[in-house]
Design a protein around this ligand. Structure first.
Ligand SMILES: Cc1ncc(COP(=O)(O)O)c(C=O)c1O
Length: 445
């Protein structure tokens, strides 16, 4: 592995390092927040009057727009709320259809459903888990108004093909860049290709403000409508913002690899009681609309987002270096790995790997790393895909992917030694799963 940020070489590891590594368990998330961010967060915790409103919001929006290379950016409490406002700004409502891919998150389907429009699901490609554009075209009807284009796992869609489709069929292209802040296509940031795009800074994404979303566009008329929607949203409460900021500080500590195995156990125990704010409500997982859905972003979160945005370049370079190490090693072992489009430079918020038995792989790796299971359902976190009006059997590739995908951590704390340990676990678990499969077949035969 060539990239300096991923750590030292195996040869110069000392005995102390070996001992330290034996208690090291890398977390799936975290690592985007620094100690200095936590100190900045503490400032807001002890100055509650600056938690909700303040100048950091417009500064963050301005910097975000500049980073993406568009003129307008508007922040929200979540990316999903930004999408909802955007759809309303586009006057999408009852009788309209919106194309989106699976796998995706239930909250994306919900944002469409809450406008009264119908989500029309399109299968993914197994090359990059992005939308099968040829199939999307077959689903277009006179009611189709927009296409939500998701850059899954931070892998940009083939945007030349997508723009061509949107142009030919007069569709509005909305980029779902929730996984992809920092990704580029042909050297240009994703989010600057469609009519508009939405992002997230929820804690599992490439930057974290615990929760948060952003809508960007270069279209002045649409921008005014989104701004009006933003102004109509409620301000978050100081208490809620306090809890988000506290969670950011706690997560920074809890995801530190040398204590993560203990904090994870404590979290799993107390997690049942939901002591910390959760990104998705019970109403949302069942497809219903939660109360207080339409909320703005806070000043304290914006100040932290601004700090993380400034470091995004090194953060994403690290993720790419880790992803290429996974790719190199797992390719040699014959694993099915993503093949991004030629002009895509992914952000790799996580690295997806197709395995025989995801649960077994997660268990085998657990001593050294927490692995991810996005998307173990075609509609992530939904009580059932039917809650988002998804008909089982309609997108067979996404359904197969949901049974086989695990995602490996790429965050700034993942080191070369972690990569070694994670790869060994993935290989070991897959070997075990295949031998079990083989034995089961043999017994049946
Ligand atoms: C692909 C995708 N789009 C949108 C969202 C929603 O983002 P947010 O949690 O900021 O609303 C998610 C949530 O993780 C997601 O995975």
């Amino acid at each position: 592995m060539k990239h300096a940020v991923v750590g030292q070489t195996a040869e110069n590891r000392t005995e102390t390092h070996r001992l330290r590594d034996s208690v090291r368990r890398v977390a799936l998330i975290g690592g985007t927040t620094t100690l200095d961010d936590c100190l900045a967060a503490l400032y807001y915790l002890i100055h509650p009057r600056q938690l909700v409103a303040g100048a950091a919001i417009s500064e963050f929006e301005h910097s975000f727009a500049q980073y993406i290379g568009v003129r307008y950016a508007y922040s929200f409490c979540h990316g999903r709320v930004g999408l909802y406002g955007l759809l309303r700004g586009l006057e999408i409502g009852p009788g309209d259809e919106v194309l989106l891919q699976v796998p995706t998150h239930i909250v994306v389907a919900n944002a469409i459903r809450y406008t009264g429009a119908r989500p029309v699901y399109v299968d993914c490609r197994l090359d990059d888990y992005n939308m099968d554009l040829a199939q999307a075209e077959q689903h277009i009807t006179s009611r189709t108004k927009a296409l939500v284009l998701q850059h899954t796992f931070g892998i940009p869609v083939d945007l030349d093909a997508a723009l061509n489709l949107a142009r030919r069929r007069s569709l509005t292209l909305i980029e779902d860049c929730v996984h992809a802040l920092g990704a580029t296509y042909g050297g240009r940031p994703v989010g600057s290709f469609g009519r508009a795009a939405f992002f997230s800074s929820e804690e599992t994404k490439t930057i974290s403000t615990t929760m948060g979303g952003m809508v960007v566009t270069d279209d002045p008329e649409l921008a005014t409508r989104i701004q009006n929607f933003q102004q109509s949203c409620a301000l978050p409460s100081a208490w809620q913002t306090f809890r988000y900021i506290l969670k950011l500080v706690l997560y920074h500590g809890m995801t530190e690899p040398h204590i993560h195995q203990y904090t994870r156990a404590i979290y799993e125990f107390f997690g049942k009681f939901n002591p910390l704010p959760q990104p998705t409500t019970d109403e949302e997982t069942s497809g219903k609309r939660p109360t207080n859905y339409e909320q703005r972003f806070s000043n304290a979160q914006a100040a932290l987002g601004l700090r993380q945005l400034r470091r995004l370049g090194e953060n994403v370079s690290h993720r790419r270096a880790i992803a290429s190490a996974y790719h190199e090693r797992l390719t040699a072992e014959g694993f099915h790995l993503p093949r991004p489009p030629v002009k895509a430079e992914p952000a790799f918020v996580r690295y997806p790997v197709w395995v025989e038995d995801p649960d077994l792989t997660v268990r085998v790796a657990t001593r050294r790393a927490t692995l991810g299971t996005w998307f173990s359902s075609v509609l992530e976190e939904a009580d059932s895909p039917a809650c988002g009006d998804y008909e089982m059997g309609s997108c067979p590739r996404a359904e197969r992917a949901a049974r086989h995908l695990i995602n490996l951590p790429t965050n700034p704390r993942v080191t070369e030694q972690d990569v070694d340990a994670i790869i060994s676990a993935v290989i070991q678990a897959d070997g075990l799963a295949r031998s079990q499969d083989f034995r089961a077949l043999f017994k049946k035969g």
